[in-house]
Ligand binder design. Structure first.
Ligand code: UTP
Length: 299
């Protein structure tokens, strides 16, 4: 049997973004920019570079800006043509040549419930789920790494990386049973946000999943779990009981843009990695640090 090709991606983006209030009161957190690109655009680019052909974004109330961002803007494009600003025109067009679909989650009832909204879009095919809270920079795109593992195993694959033990309580954590080959683990169980000290390992689920369509059978019957929400991790645990779900330690640097400090760090690091900004950003940082140490900063 040859594995079905993985062509579809689902990006849940219907959460409330409470950690970024008040910025997210009227604007989706997925539209917050890292330097000059909304976080969701980095995710879409990873999907496209991984060979994904169709993307479904699950949105909610107040998320219109995401749809607008990936729509064409004829007046803006015309103005850029007239003014000869071809480099900006290219940037604007980059966001409109992709096959993106949208569906609404009626209420933010949890990540599992958001993924369930993709059932009709996905049909009977393997698919990936990508969360906008994590941006991964790697030679081989993170999603492509999971897809390659799927072609070898024909099983659902959950992307993981080790995190420090003092933050395991913020993540879904895997309890590995057996390591099959470098970085690929069979899993005993998946635990959503374990209480500090009770974590079975430090391997955290980091926003990249590849599922067989069987996951929908479990999402449909999933009762609310942690936080009263329909948890994707709980459905994965049940799926694992009938067909093995593997955890794969993907390679690459992962940036947590779902919380403030991670967001600030990512912005600075990405700016320092941009040849057009690097020098001046370094000057700004040095100046700020010097002034800060001299406590001449105004508050
Ligand atoms: P988070 O809990 O990290 O996102 O959910 P959030 O709810 O937007 O942020 P905070 O915690 O309030 O600050 C992880 C992912 O699942 C999506 C979110 O959009 C995010 O990408 N999600 C979560 C949904 O799409 N629907 C939900 O009901 C819950």
């Amino acid at each position: 049997m040859t594995a079905k090709r993985v062509k579809k991606a689902v990006i849940p983006a219907a959460g409330l973004g409470t950690r970024f209030l008040p910025a997210t009161k009227a604007m989706p957190k997925e539209m917050l920019p890292i330097v000059d690109k909304p976080t969701i655009q980095y995710i879409i680019e990873e999907a496209v570079e991984s060979g994904i052909e169709d993307i479904l974004i699950v949105t909610g109330k107040g998320k219109r800006a995401i749809e607008d961002h990936f729509d064409s803007v004829p007046e803006l494009e015309q103005t850029l043509i007239e003014k000869g600003k071809s480099e900006f025109l290219k940037l604007v067009e980059e966001t409109t040549n992709i096959n993106i679909h949208f569906i609404r989650q009626s209420k933010p009832m949890g990540l599992g419930h958001a993924v369930l909204q993709a059932k009709a879009f996905v049909g009977d095919e393997p698919f990936v789920v990508m969360l906008g809270d994590d941006i991964v920079q790697s030679e081989i795109p993170c999603t492509k790494q999971l897809i390659d593992q799927y072609y070898k195993t024909e099983r659902s694959i959950i992307g993981v990386q080790p995190v420090l033990s003092d933050v395991t309580h913020r993540y879904g954590i895997v309890d590995p049973k057996e390591t099959l080959e470098n970085g690929l683990h069979k899993v005993e169980s998946f635990v959503e946000k374990p209480a500090p000290g009770t974590e079975p390992s430090n391997l955290a689920i980091l926003g990249r999943y590849l599922f067989s369509p069987q996951i929908f059978n479990f999402l449909e019957t999933q009762v609310p779990g942690s936080g009263g929400e329909i948890q994707l991790t709980d459905a994965i645990t049940r799926l694992n009981e009938v067909e093995h779900v593997f955890a794969y330690e993907f390679t690459g640097k992962r940036y947590d843009v779902g919380e403030k400090l991670g967001f600030i760090r990512t912005t600075i690091e990405f700016a320092l990695n941009r040849p057009d900004l690097e020098k001046e950003v370094l000057v700004i940082l040095k100046e700020l640090i010097t002034n800060y140490e001299g406590r001449t900063i105004y508050r």
